[in-house]
Design a protein around this ligand. Structure first.
Ligand code: PMP
Length: 431
């Protein structure tokens, strides 16, 4: 097993001054146990830890690094931008460049506002939908994560139509009183909710491909039902494409599936590894945002010049190189390899893939909703995760996350990953 003593020491140190030693809980290895790996640097498809170990990375900073770490176009753009200054709090040309790239790429976006994270994007989109419609109701789906927005941190109640209760202390019940939680892919409940409370619903928000309960694809029936139901009842349809944007296709899930939402939230890839989020949509709705309209939303560092430079370089590179067909091919190869190995070893499992997002579930049922995902065998996953880590493969440290294949992953990398997986799954099958 690789020596990770420096990470052990640094984790002890970090825990003295940072809650849990981490600045975002998903990094803490909470679900799998053990010590998080402290990263020294990233290069292409690799991460290097502070003990000098090298890992093949399938996390990509939880999505942004579709082009791999330290991509020369992004580094070059940052180096070019840096000498001019880091923040002005005044308009810059790069903001329009990134906005134009987004508007060109994402079918439903006519106007877009930059923010600093995915959470800010979804929070702002919800406020805008409520302000625009003059209604309070929000519909979300169990297992979809939209950042740590008060009104969206909600657990499903017992029945499909129950109103949400906060899933974190510190969120007053009033914040979630108007949030309805339904099961993903459950068209009937959505129809029923609209028929009972349609005139109160401001918006329906969803991950058009879920990454946050492991990868869960939408059924065609579900996706097709959303658009007309929202239109019929005057509700704003919000695609949270923070993860899927520029990932499952250049124009995101809406391009891939041919469904046009009213608003879209973006993050991750749009900033190329710097803190950027964005929300955009129809001009008519976006014109409700201040200073044009009355819905207030602002940000001291929004449209930050370094973040914009990184985003512009990322989107331009993706547009020019169109890595999407190869990404999908590589991911299919990896996922079918994992499926074959697990099948041959008799390990109960299922796999899910959309584009370059995938999850290997320790769950024999195809995962279509949170109710099914909740049955994943997380103990087996922990063994799998640590076995892979010890063999130099860095996976998301939770069964309820998406793995990402990037443009820098080679066929050899995939072979190496499958070889490691065969060894680890073999151990699991005999333990
Ligand atoms: N929406 C989705 C779909 C996400 O996956 C995430 C983060 N994983 C967010 C919103 C929140 O983004 P951030 O962590 O940048 O606030």
């Amino acid at each position: 097993m690789a020596n990770r003593q420096n990470s052990e020491n640094e984790f002890q140190r970090a825990q003295q001054v940072i809650p849990g030693g981490v600045n975002s809980p998903a990094r803490a290895f909470g679900g799998v146990g053990g010590t998080p790996v402290f990263i020294d640097r990233g290069e292409k498809q690799y991460l290097f830890d502070i003990d000098g170990n090298r890992y093949l990375d399938y996390v990509g900073s939880w999505g942004p690094h579709i082009l791999g770490h330290n991509h020369p176009a992004i580094v070059g753009a940052l180096e070019a931008a840096l000498p001019s200054g880091t923040s002005f709090g005044a308009p810059t040309v790069r903001e329009s460049e990134l906005a134009e790239l987004i508007v060109d790429a994402v079918p439903s976006i006519e106007k877009v506002r930059m923010v600093n994270s995915g959470t800010e994007a979804t929070m702002s989109a919800i406020r805008l939908a409520r302000g625009y419609t003059g209604r309070d109701g929000v519909v979300k789906f169990a297992g979809c994560y939209h950042g740590h927005v008060d009104s969206l941190l909600v657990q499903a109640g017992s029945g499909a139509l129950t109103l949400g209760t906060p899933s974190s202390p510190g969120i007053p019940e009033g914040c979630t009183r108007d949030t309805h939680v339904l099961e993903y892919n459950d068209v009937e409940s959505l129809i029923q909710l609209f028929s009972e409370a349609g005139e109160k619903i401001a918006c329906v928000i969803l991950e058009p491909v879920v990454g946050n309960m492991g990868v869960v694809a939408p059924t065609t029936e579900f996706l097709k039902a959303l658009r007309p139901l929202c239109t019929q009842h005057g509700a704003v349809l919000i695609f949270d494409e923070v993860m899927t944007g520029f990932r499952v296709a250049f124009g995101g899930a809406q391009e891939r599936f041919g469904i046009t939402p009213d608003l879209t939230t973006l993050g991750k890839i749009v900033g190329g590894g710097l803190p950027v989020g964005a929300y955009g949509g129809k001009t008519e709705i976006m014109n409700s945002v201040s200073p044009v309209g009355p819905v207030y939303q602002a940000g001291t560092l929004s449209g930050n010049p370094l973040a914009m430079a990184s985003g512009v370089a990322t989107l331009r590179t993706l547009k020019e190189s169109n890595p999407y067909p190869q990404l999908e091919e590589k991911t299919t190869k990896l996922v079918s390899g994992l499926d074959e190995i697990a099948t041959s070893l008799g390990i109960p499992h299922s796999v899910a893939q959309v584009g370059s997002m995938f999850t290997f579930f320790f769950n024999p049922e195809p995962v279509t909703s949170f109710a099914v995902s909740a049955k994943n065998d997380t103990e087996k996953f922990s063994k799998y995760f640590h076995g892979m880590l010890d063999r130099g493969v860095y996976l998301p440290c939770s069964q309820f996350e998406a793995n990402f294949v990037g443009a820098e992953h080679t066929d050899e990398d995939l072979e190496q990953t499958l070889k490691a997986a065969r060894e680890v799954l073999q151990e699991i099958s005999t333990s």
